[in-house]
Design a protein around this ligand. Structure first.
Ligand code: NAP
Length: 273
């Protein structure tokens, strides 16, 4: 069994991004909007700032109060869209309930949408055009598989989870690489049977769902899930200790997809349109 070591691969990618940025005439500048006081969001933003610093990318965090009006947030995005010195814009999710997240995402210029969440970028991905940016987590998963030279074409890929940020774009990106893709969710019947067919299994649920006997022998298991268990320990969707005994490759939590997502985001942030 081989561990898909996202921690070390992400460091390598950040170093590569740093080299690209240092040689480029156009300097990237990432603007991150943080609304409210959500502690998890604050940590994510701090981690992104740290990674940007490591990659030699200028970053600015714009903090807005929980009570900010939707209109004010949209105006801020418009201002950032218009600023030539800002090359990438990210709005940290989730947003307060009184704000329509789809309106906010739609307001970001697709050419600065480093998260790859705007309708233009997701639409392009869906119809097989080249988006300006691919969503960070699925792109990070593919970067990790590619680093370990894991073949994708013709493989049976099973994805558990169909969110807009992970499951759906992940499915599109595997299809683009000529895999045969099954997407499962909370209404899927006979989940165990579907999981058993996977040459590559990607789980993005947020609870312990992948147990030992479910996975195919020597398959590749990528655990996107990350949450705290009842003891407060960071964990993923996969019962790592047991599943790792029968698979060929497996990503740990922490140290797997998490750091890859950040590195992938910095790769996106280094692009200047
Ligand atoms: P989400 O929007 O909550 O989506 C969860 C998905 O899991 C949904 O599609 C849901 O189905 C499905 N699901 C729930 N219970 C299920 C069950 N019993 N059987 C099968 N499917 C089930 O979450 P997300 O934003 O995609 O995130 C998923 C996990 O990945 C979370 O733990 C999150 O923290 C983590 N995450 C990690 C990274 C990273 O960088 N490592 C990045 C993003 C997210 P329905 O659609 O039917 O509700």
């Amino acid at each position: 069994m081989i561990i898909l070591d996202g921690k070390s691969v992400s460091q390598k990618i950040l170093q590569e991004v740093r080299e690209i940025v240092s040689k480029s005439d156009k300097k990237p500048h990432l603007a991150v909007i943080l609304v409210g006081e959500d502690s998890a969001s604050k940590i994510y933003v701090k981690n992104k700032q740290k990674a940007a610093w490591q990659a030699g990318i200028r970053s600015t965090v714009i903090e807005l109060p929980e009570s900010v009006e939707e209109e004010e947030l949209l105006d801020k995005i418009k201002e950032l869209n218009d600023r030539v010195d800002v090359t990438g814009i990210m709005v940290q999710l989730p947003l307060p309930e009184h704000i329509d997240k789809f309106k906010v995402i739609e307001a970001i210029s697709p050419m600065k949408d480093v998260d790859g969440f705007t309708p233009e970028n997701t639409g392009k991905l869906a119809i097989g055009m080249e988006p300006y940016f691919y969503p960070a987590t699925p792109q990070g998963v593919l970067m990790l598989l590619d680093e370990y030279k894991i073949p994708i074409e013709g493989k049976n890929v099973v994805i558990i989870g169909r969110s807009n940020i992970v499951g759906k774009p992940m499915a599109q990106m595997f299809l683009k690489r000529n895999a045969t893709v099954t997407v499962c969710h909370s209404h899927t019947k006979d989940l165990d049977d579907k999981i058993k067919t996977a040459d590559i299994l990607v789980s993005a649920v947020g609870k312990k769902i992948v147990r030992c006997k479910m996975v195919k022998k020597n398959s590749v298991v990528v655990d996107v899930g990350i949450y705290r268990d009842s003891d407060g320990k960071l964990t993923g969707d996969v019962d790592f200790d047991y599943v790792s005994k029968s698979v060929g490759y497996i990503s740990p939590v922490p140290g797997g997809v998490g750091p890859m997502t950040i590195a992938s985001l910095m790769y996106n942030a280094s692009k200047v349109y």
